[in-house]
Design a protein. Structure first.
Length: 264
């Protein structure tokens, strides 16, 4: 009986399968160790990255605990005891801890009445181009507060006028300083604009807003018309209830000067 010729398609599939087996076998013979080595290196790299991240997280946790410790020491008026930890954190490779430590150093210097040193510390943060902008802003404002009495009005305005604008988150902190400086420069209308913005801003604390209303009234601003809640703020702050009335005493540094200058 004659043997039936094999189907061409089946024959080609067998050849193709054998060829692929040979190629796979040849590939692993030639490159198998390289593949295994690459896999080992990959696993080592992944493991190393996980270890490094865990180590960094642990280090960050330690620094966070030390930061809280320093804050507690300063709250307990133990600036000297916090000094060594502050110096350690100020050398951190993490910006948040490094600049926070510098602020705490300034606070410790203020606590020990080393005001010139605190001004220098804050000035270094404000001038550091590598520092995040919020840190630089806060440092400049705090520095200006500390040396306010030694600055010329023009210097105060130059430093802080950009912050004393409606909608700026620093308005409540800088508005009074800039307004008083403008009044000393005989620029009462510009001062009134800042004080009015403070009175309208819902984010400004009520105590600061009340003083701003008093100062605005001394400059002739009809403060009650600024916002429906202002009349209540005037009553709560103990100020005059009549629009345009002069303030009954200075609540912050320079407000007495502002009221006197405004009435002239």
């Amino acid at each position: 009986m004659a043997v039936k010729p094999r189907d061409d398609d089946a024959f080609l599939r067998e050849v193709d399968e054998e060829l692929r087996k040979e190629q796979v076998s040849s590939f692993f013979t030639r490159y198998g160790w390289w593949v295994i080595g690459a896999a080992v290196l990959l696993l080592a790299a992944v493991g190393g990255a996980i270890w490094w991240n865990q180590r960094q997280d642990a280090k960050a946790g330690e620094q966070s605990e030390k930061l809280v410790q320093v804050i507690e020491q300063l709250e307990a008026n133990n600036a000297r005891g916090a000094s060594a930890t502050i110096d350690e954190l100020a050398a951190s490779d993490r910006a948040a801890y490094r600049y926070s430590a510098l602020f705490l150093r300034a606070n410790a210097q203020i606590q020990t009445n080393a005001i010139p040193a605190a001004i220098a510390t804050l000035g270094s943060i404000a001038a550091d181009e590598n520092a995040p902008q919020p840190y630089r802003d806060a440092a400049l404002i705090r520095q200006t507060q500390l040396e306010y009495d030694q600055l010329q009005p023009a210097q105060v305005v130059q430093r802080l006028q950009g912050y004393a604008q409606a909608g700026n988150p620093w308005l409540g902190t800088t508005g009074e300083m800039v307004a008083v400086a403008l009044i000393r420069q005989q620029r009462a209308p510009q001062a009134a604009q800042i004080l009015s913005a403070m009175a309208r801003d819902p984010t400004v604390p009520e105590s600061i807003k009340s003083r701003a209303i008093q100062m605005a009234s001394a400059l002739g601003v009809d403060a009650v018309q600024l916002d429906p809640s202002i009349e209540q703020a005037i009553q709560a702050g103990g100020g005059a209830g009549t629009p345009g009335a002069a303030p009954q005493g200075a609540a912050t540094q320079g407000n007495d000067v502002a009221a006197r200058d405004a009435s002239q």
